[in-house]
Design a protein around this ligand. Structure first.
Ligand code: CMP
Length: 248
């Protein structure tokens, strides 16, 4: 085999870099935040984005940390949660492929509003605060998309307030299942499968009920034929009947 000179090495690295940037741009094109960008604008975003891998259970950041970067999920799923003073957890949302998180503290310069933890092994795209603010200012289409993401989140938070204020335990669980169905599901032979492997404790934390209550209600929904649970994956068999159980 021939010897490789230093300049060959640097050319090889440059070639690797440009392949990596192209594949990054291809992924970013599928992300709602960047879906309207031109090839040239996408290439600018790809050049400042870095990939990071987190193992299941690893924390990406904690509530109260300073906000140094925002993230986009490439693979896997992340749980966004808050801790009460007494140490109880409330999961605010699950984010999966294509979703972004960690942008709020970059925009308002306050500490992280919530913690983020890998729910399963996750591959994330990270953009530093400085770069994110810079591309938002120079590509206004991104700023408009960010406003849309924040508006959608406010609507979802309003809905959570409604079911936490007025819904009984079963409505809370059903509302969570319908929300997961809308955001994280894929069609299968018997119904839509929620694409996250969730423990009963995680569903309870999302719904604002105890683990025991979550387990009891899930068992009832399963025995009534509305859902099926297979290796921690929930399959929604009868969405219409589930919806009719909402009591608020
Ligand atoms: P930031 O405050 O930087 O860090 C925590 C992140 O969690 C926050 O940005 C948002 O991206 C995300 N987040 C906060 N509240 C919610 C919510 N109710 N639903 C979904 N994501 C949220």
């Amino acid at each position: 085999m021939g010897r490789v000179s230093n300049s060959d090495y640097s050319q090889l690295h440059q070639a690797d870099d440009s392949v990596a940037e192209r594949s990054m741009a291809e992924f970013l094109r599928q992300v709602e935040l960047f879906s309207d960008l031109s090839d040239e604008e996408l290439a600018r975003v790809a050049a400042i984005a870095q990939e990071r891998i987190y193992k299941k259970g690893n924390h990406i950041f904690f509530e109260g940390d300073p906000g140094g970067a925002m993230f986009i999920v490439k693979d896997g799923a992340v749980r966004i949660y808050r801790l009460s003073a007494g140490g109880r957890e409330k999961t605010l949302a699950m984010v999966s492929r294509g979703d972004c998180f960690g942008e709020m503290s970059l925009l308002d310069a306050f500490p992280r509003s919530a913690g983020a933890q890998a729910l399963e092994d996750a591959r994330l795209i990270m953009i530093s605060r400085e770069h994110f603010l810079d591309i938002m200012a120079s590509i206004p289409k991104i700023a408009l998309k960010v406003i849309r993401v924040l508006t959608a989140r406010l609507r979802e938070a309003d809905q959570q307030i409604e079911y936490l204020s007025f819904g009984d335990a079963r409505s809370r669980i059903v509302s969570t299942l319908l929300d997961l169905l809308r955001k994280h599901s894929r069609p299968g032979p018997y119904g839509y499968t929620i694409d996250l492997k969730l423990t009963h404790q995680e569903l309870a934390n999302l719904s604002g009920v105890t683990r025991e209550t979550a387990s009891r209600i899930l068992a009832e929904l399963e025995s009534d034929g509305l859902i099926q649970i297979h290796e921690k994956n929930i399959i929604i068999i009868d969405e219409k009947s589930l919806r009719s159980l909402l009591s608020f």
